[in-house]
Design a protein around this ligand. Structure first.
Ligand code: PPS
Length: 285
């Protein structure tokens, strides 16, 4: 009997395009190389936005690559079977994407000079975004209501497990020279400065026109129209008709969805789980 998830190392994963063997190989055998750049996040934290920004920085604002090659091909997903296959065959320097929690991430990273950018987001917005995503796609177990998904989220009974454990795990890497911690909220508040920070971390220099192009072409409205980035080309075996990853693209949408009691319950759990972390690390209310 399956419960709609693929279970690996005690964590629930989506069941389409993932396999037990694939996850095992990705987590234990994949060799991360010094020249790789890895984008890591808990699902629904702004991963595709970050990929688009990195691709545009890489091409110095030229849009040819982002308009002609699908986003999952530009920065393949390490733990997804199709992505893993692409990565194994690819010569460096590579862009890689992953939602893996820290304890499952390939150990080869820890002895490499590869750069990791970890993007995080207010868990309340992650919850709401995840509810819509898993409801309108066929990759994983579908919640019947927001209340049901809310309960699953608190229990970590959602793809990739607990948001809290994911953040806690990756936070332990935050002082490493080759790790950059970002948030969806700072990208929203000041995209230009955040993109400059990313350029500095990657050792890339863009002139003002190139930077303007990165900013413009990674914006929500432009990305929403780019079918190579908004996932609208995914077949209906994976997603509902008219699906796009670019759903709303704002901070604080949780206020339109969660009840006062739900927000308070999440706040309470947050206080318990994030005890010991400086509040300033997390730029959300
Ligand atoms: S996934 O499937 O887990 O990798 O999803 P992920 O890309 O991490 O997160 C999807 C949310 O990011 C929003 N998004 C953006 N916001 C602002 N600007 C841009 N350019 C952008 N691109 C994607 C997307 O709309 C999802 O958030 P919600 O709240 O659902 O709109």
């Amino acid at each position: 009997m399956t419960d709609g998830y693929l279970w690996f190392e005690g964590l629930p994963f989506p069941s389409i395009d993932y396999s037990y063997e694939g996850l095992k190989e990705a987590c234990t055998k994949f060799v991360i190389k010094d020249e790789d750049t890895v984008m890591v996040s808990y699902p629904k934290s702004g991963t595709h936005w970050l990929i688009e920004i990195l691709c545009l920085i890489h091409s110095k604002g030229d849009t040819t690559w982002i308009r002609s090659v699908s986003i999952w091909d530009r920065a393949p997903w390490l733990e997804i079977d199709t992505g893993y296959k692409l990565l194994k065959e690819r010569e460096g320097p590579r862009f890689l994407t992953s939602h893996l929690p820290f304890h499952l991430f390939p150990k080869s990273f820890f002895t490499s000079k590869a750069k990791v950018i970890y993007i995080m987001r207010n868990p309340k917005d992650v919850l709401v975004s995840g509810y819509y995503y898993w409801t309108t796609t066929k990759f994983s177990k579908k919640p019947e209501s927001l209340e049901q998904y809310f309960q699953w989220f608190l229990q970590g009974y959602v793809p990739y497990g607990s948001w809290f454990e994911h953040i806690r795990g990756w936070m332990s890497m935050r002082d490493r020279e080759n790790v950059l911690l970002l948030s969806y909220e700072e990208l929203q508040k000041d995209p230009r400065s955040t993109i400059e920070e990313i350029c500095q971390f990657l050792g890339k220099k863009l002139n003002p026109e190139e930077l303007d192009s990165v900013l413009k072409n990674s914006s929500f409205h432009v990305m929403k129209e780019n079918k190579m980035s908004n996932l609208e080309t995914l077949p209906e075996t994976y997603v509902d008709k008219d699906f796009k990853i670019t759903r709303k693209g704002i901070c604080g949408d949780w206020k339109n969805h969660l009840t006062v009691a739900q927000a308070e319950a999440l706040d309470k759990l947050y206080q318990e789980k994030m005890l010991g972390f400086p509040k300033e690390l997390f730029p959300w209310e």
